[in-house]
Design a protein. Sequence first.
Length: 412
Amino acid sequence: MGNRNKEISNFYVVGINYKKTDASVRGLYAINNEQYESLLNEAVLNGLQELFVLSTCNRTEIYAFAENEAVLMQLLCNASSGNLEAFQKMAYVKIGQEGIRHLFDVASGLDSQILGDYEIVGQLKLAVKFAKERECIGSHLERLTNAALQASKDVKANTALSGGTVSVAFAAVQYIKEKISAIEGKRILLMGTGKIGKNTCKNIIDYLGTTEITLMNRTEEKAQALAQELGIKMASNSYYNQEVNEADIVIVATGASSPVILKSDLRAEKPQLFIDLSIPYNIDPAVAEWPEVDLVNVDALSKIKDETLNMRLAEVPKAKAIINKHLVEFLDWHSKRQFVPVLKAIKSKLEELHAHPLYVSYVQSVTETQPVVCKEKIQRVVNGIAVKLMEENTKGCQYINAIHEYIATGTN
């Protein structure tokens, strides 16, 4: 793909998110690392050079410089277990500056399911890093993502958009407080020790004041390390059935591609609260068919509203103003970037002209001296043309303009 396709008008964002799809649908289009690798390989075969995929519990989006959105939709659906026809009906497509603004909003927490939730920043960085390591992030997309992350950092530092404590991990704790009046003596099982699992665990300790928590993880060493750090227990995976059935509260924050807790795993001998923080679902929805079981997932948790969210809403205009500033700076960089090939070509032509016999004869006829190579003079002419291109939007052949200017000053 040439530079022509790196124009702003060729920047696309295609995806689905929490606004129009529930977690069960988003799970069909979630992309794990193995699928991500496959998608990028197929993209390269299709001639795409700059793209990345952001797949979280709230969204699956592909960002790319491309000819159209159809190829991007096909890539996502080929890599995931979702259907293309269904995706086309649900997906949004954002092109050019609208797509760029969407990326800035996502990075800054304005498009998060819980307003101001900054967990997306780490997820965005990892998504870009994954694509860059596979040579799918070029200069344009790298500059764009860096600008979006810088805007996010600015928003976080200069607004209260992320003020207070509101996230999916915290919402889980709020839900437990609402549903269980006396937490003392309740046994909590937390499965998954990634970022969300770890944050949830810390929130339980900090806000519920209990350490009656048992950790389980596919890699038991990670569960052991976190348990030692926080002063809680861990259990071997071999005790899975026992731990799940003895717990009063079961929280699942794993990254499995299918449910890790099934209805058939439960005895349901007492009231139990199950909280699924995973996308796709890692607790089979059929678990809720047990009369004694209360099951809640990420979509339900994200609807929790409180004073913190109202405070954050008041910060939105300030955040948007900061984003606008960074957006303008990126667009200014891009407008200048598009002239780089022309300016390099002009400089090369002027250097060729300087050494051409006809130009040498001309200078000698006027000054009776050999023309002296002057890089500074050539650069001044190039800079002058750059100003006309970028500020005056001058039309016409810039090669001719540059030659005229250079010859006019050639004997000075």
